[in-house]
Write a protein that binds this ligand. Structure first.
Ligand SMILES: Cc1cc2nc3c(=O)[nH]c(=O)nc-3n(C[C@H](O)[C@H](O)[C@H](O)COP(=O)(O)O)c2cc1C
Length: 354
């Protein structure tokens, strides 16, 4: 039903300012997620069990996950499994609650199936997220899929004090989430991406690892890193004990292919990001060379793209902008397409062996 109602819902939502539409949808899911979730689950279904997989020691219910930034404060966590997500990353949260950049700061490029955002980590802070997660655990509303927390640096914290800022969020959330993702790759916090460099990165990873015990920690990287720098960051992260890589975040570049006037500053996501993201995901996979898994993100809107990333070697795929443009039916459509491919390949293998 959600899928059928999507064209109308999209028309209404897309007639509004993008951030207002986002806020309205999230508060609706926060308040009525149980009922909506039950409806979605019956019409969209959960991922085929053959798609479940283990990655960085966590059992993902399926290969399609919700990317960070869409549910920064974890307001709709119980809802996400019902549209077919196999894992969900909340955040980015920061040690200090912060309002983010001035509005407007989120823009739809409708023809391009893209977004530009300069949100600037607007969030209620890692302490508020910890309380919310504790409430879900205690009330038995923790979802059936793993939940990770993406952590970033507070704007007020100087860059050289970043390790302690990340560590404070990790300490507050330790024991409440299935994994952490260190975000040093958003383009909207001044200087943040410089933390991807070798001098700063090691200190941040060490500080977070010190707080989280056995919980796996991933690192999310930007597509704007040159391939050598990206490979270096992956290598350093692995040598410091990171359990996986998320590639990629949004780009500050503006591909020639854009039809809309790309005047707004901020990170570009969605369809035009795909070629660059795919290239950098390839670099990350090669640098990781099987030592840790890579989650691919950036411009995925179709089964063919999700399949391509999995065939390249990604353990899973995350969606943000595709979900906004294609609607709540997208994860389930991707799951169905991927399961069909998997069954067809199994059939071929069995046929060849017979
Ligand atoms: C409005 C918006 C906000 C985002 N906020 C975050 C964030 O807080 N933390 C983060 O790691 N990534 C954030 N992202 C990046 C996404 O998680 C994802 O890496 C990126 O958008 C590429 O995937 P996509 O093309 O499917 O959107 C944000 C993306 C958008 C569009």
């Amino acid at each position: 039903m959600l899928d059928v109602a999507w064209p109308l819902a999209r028309a209404v939502l897309f007639s509004m300012d993008a951030e207002r539409a986002h806020e309205l949808t999230l508060s609706w899911l926060e308040r009525s997620g149980g009922l909506l979730g039950a409806t979605a689950r019956t019409t969209l279904g959960t991922p085929d069990p053959s798609l479940a997989r283990e990655a960085f020691g966590v059992k993902l219910a399926g290969p399609i996950g919700l990317a960070a930034g869409l549910d920064k404060d974890g307001r709709a966590i119980p809802f996400w499994p019902s549209v077919g997500f196999g894992f969900v990353e909340v955040g980015t949260v920061t040690a200090h609650p912060q309002p983010g950049n001035d509005k407007p700061r989120l823009f739809r490029l409708v023809q391009d199936k893209a977004l530009i955002n300069r949100m600037g980590f607007n969030n209620h802070g890692s302490e508020a997220l910890a309380q919310r997660l504790r409430g879900l655990h205690e009330s038995g509303r923790w979802p059936s899929i793993p939940v990770g927390a993406n952590i970033g640096k507070s704007k007020v914290t100087p860059l050289d004090e970043a390790p302690a800022d990340y560590a404070l969020s990790a300490e507050r959330l330790a024991g409440l989430v299935d994994w952490f993702t260190i975000n040093v790759s958003s383009p909207n916090t001044p200087g943040l991406r410089s933390l991807q460099g070798p001098d700063a990165l090691g200190g941040i990873i060490d500080a977070v690892l010190d707080e989280v015990g056995e919980t796996p920690v991933l690192l999310k990287l930007a597509p704007d890193l040159e391939p050598e720098a990206l490979a270096e960051a992956v290598d350093l992260a692995i040598s410091r004990g990171i359990s996986g890589i998320v590639a990629t975040n949004t780009t500050i570049s503006r591909p020639q292919s854009l039809q809309a006037d790309p005047n707004e500053t901020g990170g570009l996501s969605g369809a035009p990001l795909w070629p660059l993201a795919k290239d950098r995901i390839g670099v990350a996979l090669q640098a990781a060379s099987g030592r840790v898994p890579v989650i691919g993100a950036g411009g995925v809107h179709s089964v063919a793209q999700a399949q391509e990333l999995l065939d390249m070697g990604c353990v899973a795929v995350q969606l943000y902008t595709g979900f906004i443009f294609e609607g709540p039916g997208l994860p389930a459509r991707l799951n169905r397409g991927l399961a069909r491919q998997e069954h067809a390949r199994e059939g071929l293998t069995r046929g060849a062996q017979a």
